[in-house]
Design a protein around this ligand. Structure first.
Ligand SMILES: C[S@@+](CC[C@H](N)C(=O)[O-])C[C@H]1O[C@@H](n2cnc3c(N)ncnc32)[C@H](O)[C@@H]1O
Length: 339
């Protein structure tokens, strides 16, 4: 399984940027399409990225404009390179990023965009530190390139749903497992066998490592697969926390946030083929789609209208916005059964 990682680049393809070079001039060269290789300190590189961000201006207001800003940022910032030698960023004051040894075991002399190094560094700190999940009662350690929950309301709502579940607990599937958090909650609720899938190989690697950390590993198996991954045992529970808004997918992480038009129809077809007669399909969702894409058909309502599944209940809960902002968003848990 090939893990996702930023593409290693030859150092020789970029022009060395001396520590004395004017920052404004360096940013102008990046904008003009030159590839520059940092030679001074890590901090100088970070300052250049900050200057570049200011030059590119604030991200747009709506989703397409924000996406265009992200593309422009990726393209231009991707030209400011940091040297990597023997799994270390070869700049004064650079942090030690453990993922460099883990993701590039074979490569000892190359370059990476500094912005990617920053992402790897943030991900390494998150991975080492872990994220406490109150509903689980312990920390999860999401791997590089994997979506990890940044807030708790939807997980707590799913845990509330699980605590009220009275059906059989033989087999469950967690589709799009990400950090594995729902699979671990399901295992904690006493399911005998939990199959976790994700398209993203880094999610699979991360969940394997998470399972290996446990002194008593939960009954979770994980594999790289599209949705439910084809044939398998009938499931009492099929859980899916899908992307919450429709949109194009530019990066593997986008596949956690945006869904293509065929994702939900394909998911429901596969779920119906694998659901036990009394089984439940449970979607963790949000009404953000009604707020930001009011004209898009609602993907779960569209399935219910087909008459193959019925709504058993829908739990909803307010989201606490970050300090200083407001939101009307609510997270949801949709429990569906065969009609
Ligand atoms: C919103 S994240 C949820 C992650 C995790 N279950 C959670 O609750 O934190 C959606 C996940 O679905 C995965 N995904 C998207 N499309 C998929 C597909 N067709 N098959 C399998 N996994 C998919 C993404 O890689 C991502 O990890």
């Amino acid at each position: 399984m090939q893990l996702l990682r930023p593409e290693p680049l030859p150092r020789q393809g970029a022009k060395p940027l001396s520590a004395e070079a004017s920052p404004d001039r360096a940013v102008a060269r990046l904008l003009a399409g030159e590839h520059l290789l940092l030679t001074g300190s890590y901090r100088e590189g970070v300052a250049l990225l900050d200057l570049l961000r200011a030059r590119l201006g604030p991200p747009g207001e709506d989703n397409p404009a924000r996406r265009a800003s992200r593309r422009a940022w990726r393209e231009v910032s991707g030209r400011l390179l940091a040297p990597v030698l023997n799994h270390r960023v070869a700049l004064d004051g650079a942090p030690v990023v453990g993922f460099l040894a883990e993701l590039y075991p074979e490569a000892r002399d190359f370059a990476l965009p500094l912005a990617e190094v920053q992402d790897l560094n943030r991900a390494w700190n998150r991975y080492k530190r872990g994220t406490q999940i109150a509903a689980l009662g312990y920390r999860i350690h999401p791997f590089y390139g994997v979506y990890a929950p940044s807030r708790a309301e939807h997980l707590e709502l799913f845990a509330t749903w699980l605590s009220g579940y009275r059906g059989p607990r033989q087999v469950a599937v967690d589709v799009g497992t990400g950090s594995g958090v729902l699979a671990l909650l399901i295992a904690k609720a006493g399911f005998a066998e939990v199959l976790a899938t994700d398209l993203n190989p880094n999610a699979v690697e991360g969940v394997r490592r998470q399972l290996a950390r446990a002194t008593e590993p939960p009954p979770v198996s994980v594999r790289q697969a599209d949705l439910l991954g084809g044939a398998g045992p009938l499931a009492d529970l099929i859980a899916f926390n899908p992307p919450w808004t429709e949109g194009p997918i530019d990066t593997p992480l986008d596949a956690a946030l945006y869904y293509p038009p065929d994702l939900f129809p394909r998911f429901f077809d596969q779920a119906l083929a694998r659901l036990s007669p009394e089984g439940r399909v449970v979607l963790v969702f949000s009404d953000v789609i009604r707020l930001v894409q009011p004209d898009s058909p609602h993907p779960i309502d569209a399935e219910l209208a087909r008459g193959r599944l019925r709504l058993v209940q829908r739990l909803r809960r307010k989201v606490h916005p970050p300090k200083g902002s407001r939101t009307r968003e609510r997270v949801e848990v949709w429990e569906l059964a065969r009609a």
